[in-house]
Design a protein around this ligand. Structure first.
Ligand code: CA
Length: 248
């Protein structure tokens, strides 16, 4: 685009996020698309491949008080695809809640695959185990009920550094940096770490938000931007997911 159309496109893009294609008039996305409810429903309709057990777990979790801690179904499917894409056989999960993400990833691991899951809640992971077993992936998931840094530290002590293919971090935000460092040790070169809630409902971009969770996520985001040990992408799916690929 040149001249006037470029100017109009820029102005329209500034206010509407989209620049109309001069030939078709159809909006072309210059930024990430704004997700309306109608478009989100469409996305799920044409792409979601949720098993019956996954759906039932999601519905059971939605009735709990902390239901917003569950990842969205398309995010679960996205992580399962990532795990499959890198040929993951072993995975880490920091923060299990009721087990939806672990279920999604475990289903993507081979029969002899292993997901080491870290959480401290007997109650929530009790729900998780029920659904993992019903889905037939319970034997692939090794759940450790103690602070995750202890479990991750023990894995390092057992000589498991550089052996895991995939990690998902979705627990207490003030420990995110420590979880990331521990996972980076345990992941192999070329392995992938996914970190949840990195856009934190938009609070990370609001300077008036200074609670400790927001500060912790904001700091980690800033640090990872310049971390030469990883390839990086922040994906605006769900509440924002950072993908960090460990460089050789
Ligand atoms: Ca989360």
């Amino acid at each position: 685009m040149t001249g006037l159309s470029s100017f109009v496109g820029t102005v329209a893009g500034t206010f509407l996020d989209f620049t109309p294609d001069p030939r078709t008039g159809r909006a072309m996305s210059r930024k990430t698309l704004q997700m309306t409810d109608r478009l989100y429903d469409y996305l799920l309709d044409v792409s979601l491949r949720e098993s019956t057990v996954q759906k039932e777990l999601r519905e059971a979790t939605a009735r709990l008080e902390n239901a917003n801690m569950q990842i969205s179904p398309e995010q679960g499917q996205f992580m399962a695809l990532l795990a499959a894409a890198i040929g993951a056989r072993t995975a880490l999960e920091v923060g299990v809640f009721t087990g939806y993400s672990a279920l999604a990833v475990a289903q993507a691991l081979p029969d002899d695959g292993l997901l080491v899951a870290c959480d401290v809640s007997e109650e929530w992971t009790g729900i998780a185990r029920t659904y993992w077993d019903r889905a037939g992936v319970g034997r692939k998931i090794d759940l450790h009920l103690r602070p995750a840094l202890q479990t991750l530290g023990a894995l390092v002590a057992e000589g498991k550094s550089g052996t895991f293919d995939f990690a998902f971090i979705d627990a207490d935000k003030t420990n995110y940096q420590a979880y990331f460092e521990a996972c980076l040790i345990l992941i192999r070169p070329g392995g992938l770490i996914a970190i949840d809630n990195v856009l934190w409902g938009g609070d990370v971009a609001d300077p008036n938000k200074t609670d400790e969770d927001t500060l912790a996520i904001r700091k980690l985001n800033r640090v990872l931007r310049n971390d030469s040990r990883i390839d990086l992408s922040v994906v605006p799916i769900g509440d924002g997911v950072t993908l960090a690929r460990k460089r050789a």
